[in-house]
Design a protein around this ligand. Structure first.
Ligand SMILES: C=C(O[C@H]1C=CC=C(C(=O)O)[C@@H]1O)C(=O)O
Ligand SMILES: [Mg+2]
Length: 452
């Protein structure tokens, strides 16, 4: 049987929705699925006028998702109530008729602090409509939440969303943005003070690593379309995760991050230590030499080691077995390269994604070591609110969950683009070199946004 085009699959699903029969004993999420031949998902998402909009592509390109609307939206503005989140999640995911319910969302860098409006300290949702590409299959899914409303009401809402879908439009490369001004927080002089303090023996003896970061606020004449920017970013770093959350037309958070927090398939977990950075060479020889220097460099290996050791010690009580790959490898991006160590674990059967998120996030690749002291120092000294930058974003489902670390990211708002970059500060860090590392980490997105 030939696979339906998206427009035919939408009509077929609409027909099926209209014919649904109300069994009053039904509860939870009812999911309708059609196999479909999909258009390019980012182009499709960019063309839609309904919110929220979510995009996700895993680093190994095994899953790509574009989703709009929601039938369940869990937003934690004042505090994250883990037990409530977990309870609601389990209630929706352990029902016999839920084929494959996924919760997409994110957790802020420091969930004990106020975060960005709309994004909250944590926000997870079950979309109304999802387009999913997985390995060789592609599906259109519609989710109905029978715990919140009657079947008839949910059907009506789903039909309205399907009726307003727009066809995908080709995405053109983004126009260069006119930057009126750029404000860095912290600025270089404050950054130097902070790096000097963190590397001083008096501080270092209790908190040996802090990942300091900077917000670069670009005031622009016109905010670009987030999906056009993300599509271009994806082209430059295809081996990174790409994701975006746009809860309303005004604000969007996009990321093209190389870093995985974890991927879990049943009880098999893959995570990693990604920290330690240098630039790419202009020739293959120079690139190789830079990679070797990075592998041999004491400060950078130490920077990575804090992350690996912490992850292994957090995973050990949750796992039957934990293995960290030896030796360290190199992860190459468009402008920079990182030290990389893969860590695998077989989880104990009673371990939930919420436990994993709590124990792994934030790793010393974005926070520091010890975690609590580093987070306190960041909150008191960095001078801006990180929100979802260096937070974690991804999806939860009963069989498969995956989260990326939200670095190499941008928050787009009316009239400004906020870019973020951080660097691990420890013994051996030099303020000017670490500042240059921040610039190197922004090089790809800056080359997409502005003319040099
Ligand atoms: C915190 C960031 O990068 C982390 C991940 C990889 C390498 C890092 C480093 O070498 O400092 C950082 O720990 C960022 O890009 O904003
Ligand atoms: Mg570094």
């Amino acid at each position: 049987m030939s696979v339906l085009s998206l427009s035919k699959a939408v009509s077929s699903l609409s027909d099926r929705l209209s014919q649904l029969f109300d069994h009053s004993q039904q509860s939870g999420i009812l999911q309708l699925v059609e196999d479909v031949s999909l258009p390019p998902l980012m182009s499709w998402l960019a063309a839609q006028n309904q919110f929220p909009k979510i995009y996700w592509q895993g680093r190994d390109r095994r899953e790509e998702v574009a989703a709009i609307g929601s039938c369940l939206d869990l937003s934690f503005i004042e505090a994250v109530d883990d037990s409530k989140l977990q309870q609601i999640y389990q209630q929706y995911c352990q029902q016999p008729h839920s084929v494959d319910v996924r919760f997409y969302g994110g957790v802020a860098f420091d969930r004990t602090l106020p975060s960005w409006p709309e994004f909250g300290r944590a926000r997870f949702l079950v979309p109304r409509v999802e387009l999913r590409r997985q390995e060789d299959s592609a599906q259109l899914l519609v989710n109905l939440n029978l715990n919140e409303q009657s079947l008839a009401q949910q059907v009506q809402q789903a039909l309205a969303v399907l009726a307003q879908l727009c066809p995908a439009q080709p995405l053109l490369p983004p126009q260069k943005t006119e930057v009126l001004s750029r404000v860095d927080v912290p600025d270089f002089s404050r950054w130097s003070q902070l790096v000097t303090e963190v590397t001083s023996p008096a501080f270092n003896c209790h908190t040996p690593k802090v990942v300091l970061s900077r917000q670069s606020k670009l005031h622009v004449t016109q905010t670009p379309d987030p999906w056009t920017v993300l599509a271009c970013w994806q082209g430059r770093n295809p081996t990174s995760f790409q994701f975006g959350f746009q809860f309303s037309p005004e604000h969007s958070f996009i990321s093209c991050t190389p870093e995985r927090l974890y991927r879990r398939r049943q009880d098999q977990l893959v995570t990693e230590a990604l920290a330690g950075t240098t630039v790419r060479g202009l020739t293959a020889d120079e690139d190789e030499k830079l990679a070797q220097q990075l592998l041999d460099d004491h400060k950078n290996s130490h920077e990575n080691q804090f992350v690996g050791t912490h992850i292994v010690s957090e995973l050990t009580p949750l796992s039957v077995q934990v293995n960290a790959d030896e030796p360290l490898k190199i992860f190459k991006l468009n402008h920079i390269q990182h030290l990389h160590r893969v860590i695998k674990a077989q989880l104990r059967h009673d371990v939930s994604d919420f436990q994993l998120l709590q124990s792994l996030h934030p790793t010393p690749a974005v926070g520091g070591f010890p975690k609590k002291a580093a987070l306190q120092y960041i909150a008191a000294n960095e001078g801006y609110n990180r929100g979802w930058y260096a937070g974690t974003c991804g999806f939860l489902s009963s069989q498969l969950s995956e989260f990326a670390v939200a670095i190499r990211s941008a928050l787009l708002e009316p009239g400004c683009i906020n870019l973020f970059a951080g660097a691990g500060i420890l013994t051996g860090s030099d303020p000017s070199l670490e500042w240059q590392e921040l610039e190197n980490k922004l090089a790809t997105i800056m080359s997409i946004l502005v003319d040099f």
